[in-house]
Design a protein around this ligand. Structure first.
Ligand code: SF4
Length: 400
């Protein structure tokens, strides 16, 4: 008997933040940054005027490659979307709304503190943006320096003042921890400050050393060191401190006040559909998934030929979706409802993963809740990446 059969069937009533079945999201990658931060591996280029013009003209063409449909959520990420001049933001927003209408539930735009201006914020709010995400990274000037960020604390404060003055339904602050030289006290100070300024959502990322970044080079040269125990202490302090401030964890790295979870990300973690636009943007359509090429010129060329999502493109199959629904779903505090997964993808796709889940249950990394839900325990959350890898390996073994 499968694991799903041993656990009571859940109440099918949808949670308030759950998307309607099959609703899509839109992700727009805006690939411009004024300078490359030391830790960052996202695709980005300098904002030259001719490149911005090429980008805008091409994204309008790329919108036209996707059948017009009303979407629930939109997320503009980057890069630094807020770096675009006001009239370019207006053009991009207008093109998107003309093609897909206003998103019905949420529209997020990422902003960097150094490029926030009141006129841009007004244009975004008037276009329908409901949520802004400010890349603060730290409130401590020495940490900003260690991360190679070029914004100052004064710019962070001014950006936040403007965001509050213009008014958006949800305001997120991004923070980074386990930075070389950062103390736990300094990190807790960052968390307290984010709560004190009134963020409705706080995303906390453990510094990672991506290849081709300045930090990775320093790691390879022995100038900075990885310390797993230290990272664990930062994780646990984050969860406890933000919870005490009323910002409950709902995913390993994400915390929100009630009603402010990021709906766009929830849709992707639950293996919904989304259309990705812009260089390097990933898409998950009904029949396939893939990413656009991470190169502005090549992406323009692809779009001119009517092509999207050519990188790592693969047809979607149920086993792949179950795999990702488990890996991303377990990272969420709500966990994964196995009977629902089974109903959606079929027993043949879910059963190979059940021995793996039983193993994780026995190790105390995953727990069983009512209504057929499995979720990471606190111990499991601390090793979530390893759990994901174990799940993949065990599931593969179950299929062989
Ligand atoms: S962290 Fe943000 S601003 Fe810095 S290079 Fe990466 S995308 Fe650009």
């Amino acid at each position: 008997m499968g694991l799903a059969n041993k656990i009571p069937v859940p109440d099918p009533a949808e949670k308030p933040e759950k998307s309607t079945p099959d609703a899509a999201g839109i992700y727009v990658h805006v690939p411009f940054c004024s300078h490359a931060c030391d830790f960052c591996a996202f695709y980005q280029v300098e904002p030259r005027r001719d490149d911005i013009d090429r980008y805008l003209a091409t994204i309008e063409r790329e919108f036209a490659l996707v059948p017009a449909e009303r979407c629930e959520t939109v997320f503009w990420g980057g890069g630094t979307p807020g770096l675009l001049p006001a009239r370019d933001l207006e053009r991009l927003a207008r093109a998107q709304v003309e093609r897909f209408g206003q998103p019905t539930r949420e529209w997020t735009v990422e902003l960097a503190p150094g490029s926030v201006r009141e006129d841009k914020l007004r244009i975004l709010r008037d276009a329908g943006v409901t949520r802004v995400s400010l890349g603060v990274q730290s409130f401590a000037p020495t940490m900003l320096e260690a991360l190679g960020r070029r914004h100052s604390l004064a710019q962070v404060r001014e950006a936040w003042r403007l965001i509050e003055a213009v008014g958006f339904r949800s305001r997120n602050i991004d923070l980074i921890f386990a930075v070389p030289g950062q103390t736990l006290e300094s990190w807790i100070g960052d968390l307290d400050e984010a709560a004190a300024v009134g963020a409705d959502h706080v995303s906390t990322y453990c510094l990672t050393f991506e290849e081709d970044t300045a930090l990775f080079v320093r790691l390879s040269q022995g100038k900075v060191k990885l310390d797993v125990e230290r990272e664990r202490a930062f994780y646990e302090a984050t969860w406890d401190r933000l919870a005490a401030h009323g910002l409950a964890q709902y995913e390993i790295s994400n915390h929100a006040r009630p009603g402010h979870a990021c709906l766009h990300n929830l849709n992707t973690w639950r293996m919904g559909r989304w259309h990705g636009f812009g260089p390097s943007a990933a898409s998950q359509e009904r029949a396939w998934r893939g990413a656009n090429v991470a190169d502005l010129a090549q992406w323009c060329d692809d779009v001119a030929r009517g092509r999207r999502g050519q990188v790592d493109r693969s047809p979607l199959d149920a086993a792949q979706l179950v795999e990702d629904a488990l890996i991303f779903g377990l990272r969420m505090n709500e966990g994964v409802a196995l009977p629902a997964l089974r109903a959606r993808f079929g027993a043949a796709a879910t059963e190979p993963f059940e021995p793996a889940l039983l193993g994780l249950l026995e190790e105390g990394l995953v727990e069983r809740r009512a209504e057929g839900v499995v979720a990471l325990t606190r111990a499991g959350r601390l090793v979530a990446d390893a759990v994901g890898e174990a799940l993949l390996g065990l599931a593969q073994a179950g299929r062989d």
